[in-house]
Design a protein around this ligand. Sequence first.
Ligand SMILES: *Cc1c(COP(=O)(O)O)cnc(C)c1O
Length: 359
Amino acid sequence: MSRYWSDIVHRLTPYVPGEQPALAHPVKLNTNENPYPPSPRVLEAIREELGDAGESLRRYPDPTALKLRETVAAYHGIRADQVFAGNGSDEVLALTFQALLKHDKPLLFPDITYSFYPTYARLFDVDYRTIPLDDAFAIHVDDYAVPNGGILFPNPNAPTGRPLPLADIERLVARNADSVVVIDEAYVDFGAESAIGLIDRYPNLLVVQTVSKSRSLAGMRVGFAFGNAELIGALNRVKDSFNSYPLDRLAQAAARAAYQDEAWFRDTCAKVIASRERLAAGLTALGFDVVPSAANLLFARHPGYDAAALVSRLREKEIFVRHFKAPRIDQHLRISVGTDAECDMLLDALRDIFSAYVS
Ligand SMILES: *Cc1c(COP(=O)(O)O)cnc(C)c1O
């Protein structure tokens, strides 16, 4: 607290990112990073962009990231003016809150969802109302048929990993024509259906994606929004009132190369999906209730052990998973899917912890 702070700063509740432990070899299953490196073409593209002496760094990057947007637009079969690129999808979401979701009627999002949403709402003074998930953590789109200034949720949802069928999303978007529906597809590549194919038909649909999870580039900070050119125009107006150059040169080159190596992308996604199913079976065998997931994470609770206690026991073994001290989910662990070796280390550690409890 300081008398120098702007008034709003006193009222913020900042998002707390998952821990980045300063250990040599942590088993890091707490921030949903990809366990595999990015495509080798990404490294080549970065080196090429740098040149021998880094001479390109002297100049500002393309403020519109046009080449990157053209590549990603072609990849999805849409036009570049239907694509916005920002500094991670977190920034894209922040701009979306300001550009499209601040109205007299409240923004709607689930009670259990990405915890950055209420943080942005407070920062940008956006009125919001939460809609409860059902007891199995499913979203029911009919619950959103109330007056609103916008609707926002991830598909698959976070931190549950539970996907929603595209038909449900289309139904929601079709009958919510008076405000924008934002689908945050951070995890879509691990098994859910993207809504990008609907943007030509629905001018009120914005789809947000990131290279952080399925393309192994969390460290580069690149995210996208896909939608009608009018929605993208609003994002550009806010961006150019805040930071004209959200994506540096290396990030633009790296993200572009990631979209040019489809084989690498498909292969790493397939490996993560296979490991997820294997880990889900292992956790179930240990007595966990595991939420069905289409993401690179599992949301699970053990009826016999306190979640916070499990997190600290695992931490002692340098295994990191995420826990949210929030209503309805404080007995759940959110476990990122690692390599099979990492998942086995987690399962072995849990077995150890459970046997120590008994003896
Ligand atoms: C990881 C995540 C993001 C943020 O991704 P970045 O592109 O790394 O900023 C956004 N939404 C959800 C639901 C996420 O899980």
